[in-house]
Design a protein around this ligand. Sequence first.
Ligand SMILES: *Cc1c(COP(=O)(O)O)cnc(C)c1O
Length: 387
Amino acid sequence: MKNNKKFETNSVRAGSIRSDEGEHSEALYLTSSFVFKNAKEAAARFANSEVGNIYSRFTNPSVKMFEDRLASLEGAEQCVATSTGMSAILASVMSLCNTGDHIIVSKSVFGTTVKLFDNILKKWGLDISYVSLTDFSEWHNAVKKNTKLFFVETPSNPLTEICDISVLADLAHQSNSLLIVDNCFCTPAHQLPLQFGADVIIHSATKYLDGQGRCLGGAVLGKRDHMHHVASFLRSAGTSMSPFNAWVFFKGLETLKIRMDAHSAKAIDLAVWLEQKKKVSKVYYPGLPSHPQYELAMKQQLSGGGIVSFEVKGNKIDAWSLIDSTKIISITANLGDTRSTITHPATTTHSRLSQKERDSSGITDNLIRIAVGLEDIDDIKEDLSAL
Ligand SMILES: *Cc1c(COP(=O)(O)O)cnc(C)c1O
C-alpha cells in the first residue's frame, strides 16, 4: 500500500472504500459473511481465482480499510489486522517460525509478551533467548544456527530504552534472521522502523492507533511475502479483527499525527518538570538530553513520545501514595489514551514477571509510568503536586 502522498494526507484518505450510496464517512460493514451472485462466483472466490469478500474472519471491507490505511502510514507493502496486539505477536511468530527455531528477544518487552514466549511458544518447541535491548554484543553472542527472528520494542515499556534499529537490522540480516519491531510507543506518526531496515512491524492498535481507549486490536505489517503467511495463519487460527473495531481504528488513524504531536509536546514538558522535583530520583524520557540515548532517539524518532517514567524517592509505599494522591489522572494499566494514565508497573503490567526478571529489566518498586494524555499539562502537574 505504498504511495507517494504525505503522511497526514494518507491518515485521512488512504484505504477509503465508498459504496454506491455516496457516503462521505466510510460505512461500517457489520456482516459476518457475504453473498455470491451464483455458485460459480462462490467457487471462484474460494479458489482464489477471483478477488472478493467471502467471510469476515479473513475478508471484510472495514478491516481492509484499516489495514490499507495503516500500511500506507508505515510504508509497508501489506498489513494484516488482528484481534489484539498479543495476537499480532502470536500470528507473526507462528507464521514466520517452525518448531526448533530460535528467537532472540530484548528483555525489556511488554510483560505479556514475555509470558507468551515463555509459557506458550516454548511449549511448541521454539527456543527463546533474552538479551539487553541496547547491548549489541549480547545480540551477536546469542545468535545460533537456528536463529530466525530478532524481536524488540523501541522505545521499551516502561523504561523508554532505545535500540538503534538500523544496526540491529544489519545484525539480524547477517544472521539470516528477520527483525520484528513492536512500534506501539511511537506509532508510524513518530517512528518508521521499516525505513531503518526492520522487516516486520507489530502494533497493539488498542493504544495510540485508537487513541481513545475504546477497542482492542492489533496489526502485523511488512512485505507481501511474509504477510501472506500471517494472513493464512489468521484465516485458520481465527484471531482476526472485528469489523466494528477496525472501523473505530480507521477513524482513530485520522487524528494520529496531531494526537502524537500533542502527547509528545506535553510529555517533554512534564519530563522537564519532573526532573526538577526533589522527590523524584530519576526520569526516563527519550526526549530529555539526560537520557543516555537522547541523540539516537532524536535521529530515529520524531519526538520522545508520550510516555514518561520516573522513580520516586523511597519504595513501593511512596510510589503507591503518589498514585493514590492523583484526582484527574486515571489509575489504569492502559496507555495511549486522550486521558492521562498512571501505572505502577511492578505490581500491574509487569507483576507476572518474577522479582529476578523485574530486577534484571530495571522495573523497580518505586517506578511510576505516566502516559501523558491531552489534558492541559498544568492541570496534570497540579495533580502531581504531592511531589
Ligand atoms: C499493550 C501492548 C501489547 C499488547 O497489546 P493488546 O492489544 O493489549 O493485546 C503489546 N506490546 C506493547 C508494547 C503493548 O504496550
